[in-house]
Design a protein around this ligand. Structure first.
Ligand code: HEM
Length: 367
């Protein structure tokens, strides 16, 4: 459970990049901004080496203990301010959201692909967001229930031998399979395997030290990302030839036209497919892991959920008939457990924003 632990450690870390503040400081030395406490480390590399030479939890916790909930640092090529409180999260994401734009360190953007919607704003972002949301709408998911159930049953069967499993890793495998189903529909096994193999390498490199030195996890991830582009380009080519108006995400991306009638390029489609897999896999796996933990900690609740599920299974002739959409809509206890788990667990514990104007928060950051 290393990732959920890492994610859950801090309530919220918000990384607001202060390029503007720092640049302005240089331009206007007389009006020096008061930056929060902390250290910018070495020139260029900042504190990136410290971050990667230890558990990231320890790095952030030590800083928080020393400087409080607002501190500056310099990691992954970005001079930044880290904010670690619900109040700060509200400030950056809600009340003053117009002063920030979504951004990611370049090393992470290279792995996901620059055309993924996370790195964009405006019309392109809106268009992609609608397409992604559509592929997860009830209308789209409704037709996938039986296939998702089959994936769940197959995962359960694979744990039946009594061996010890890592819950989070197993949940990641399951959510990856569901992601592939939602994106491509039923995909040939060899494509699924190739996508899985290479995506795992990208995933492993994502939080590693970004360097082009051969043999490092980051460099391996970059190579795997190139292979993913090639596989996706083949899949896009095949789907274009078939000219099917499929309702899955790939179909929606292929059929989308902007107001000028322009379609998306293969790279734009590929970057957004990788982006969706990235957004969906760890988050979903993390929630499912927390749900299992909470149920394990509350035997009465576990029994109530089991009873609800067993009754449905019985009415489906012990699993001989597939689960239906309306049955998934009628699981009141299970549904409440999911909602409460989402409320209690910190699934996304940090995110990145870049300040588009000078920002002052609690008098700590001034320009
Ligand atoms: C319980 C599971 C999930 C949680 C808690 C979650 C949470 C979040 C949060 C907090 C953000 C905003 C991040 C930011 O603004 O920096 C986000 C963005 C996003 N998520 Fe999820 N997510 C979950 C599952 C998924 C799934 C299954 C998908 C699959 C498509 C997905 C796709 C996205 C996308 C595409 C964005 C970017 C939206 C944009 O830029 O407008 N998420 N998610």
């Amino acid at each position: 459970m290393e990732k959920p632990e890492f994610l859950a450690y801090v309530v919220i870390f918000l990384l607001a990049l202060l390029f503007y503040i720092l640049r302005r400081e240089k331009r206007e030395p007389k009006h020096r901004a008061k930056l929060p406490p902390g250290s910018l480390g070495w020139p260029y590399i900042g504190e990136t080496l410290q971050l990667y030479s230890q558990d990231p939890n320890v790095f952030f916790a030590a800083k928080q203990k020393r400087y409080g909930e607002i501190f500056k640092t310099h990691i992954l090529g970005c001079p930044c301010v880290m904010l670690a409180s619900p109040e700060a999260a509200r400030f950056v994401l809600v009340t003053q959201a117009h002063l920030f734009k979504p951004t990611y360190p370049k090393s992470k953007e290279r792995l996901m692909g620059p055309s993924a919607l996370f790195f964009h704003q405006g019309d392109y972002h809106n268009r992609l967001r609608k397409l992604v949301q559509g592929s997860l709408s009830p209308e789209a998911i409704r037709n996938l229930v039986a296939d998702i159930e089959a994936l769940a049953v197959s995962a359960l069967d694979s744990w039946a031998g009594g061996c010890v499993i890592n819950t989070f890793h197993e949940m990641k495998k399951f959510s990856f399979e569901v992601g592939i189903l939602a994106i491509f529909g039923r995909l040939e096994a060899h494509y699924r395997e190739e996508l899985k193999k290479n995506y795992c390498i990208v995933d492993r490199g994502y939080n590693s030290f970004p360097t082009n030195i051969p043999g490092t996890p980051y460099k391996k991830a970059l190579s795997a990302r190139k292979r993913l582009s090639k596989i996706l380009s083949e899949l896009i080519g095949e789907r274009k030839e078939k000219r099917l108006a499929d309702k899955d995400l790939l179909g929606s991306l292929l059929n989308s036209k902007d107001e000028k009638g322009e379609t998306l390029t293969n790279d734009q489609i590929a970057d957004n497919i990788i982006g969706v897999l990235f957004a969906a896999q760890d988050t979903t796996a993390s929630v499912m892991t927390w749900i299992l933990k909470y149920l394990h900690d509350d035997p009465k609740l576990l029994e109530a959920v089991k009873a609800e599920q067993k009754a449905i299974n019985k009415s489906n002739e012990e699993g001989n008939r597939p689960l239906t959409w309306s049955q998934t809509r009628n699981m009141p206890v299970t549904h409440k457990v999911i909602l409460e788990s989402l409320r209690m667990a910190s699934i996304i514990s940090f995110t990145f924003r870049e300040a588009v104007a000078d920002v002052e928060f609690k008098g700590e950051i001034k320009t």
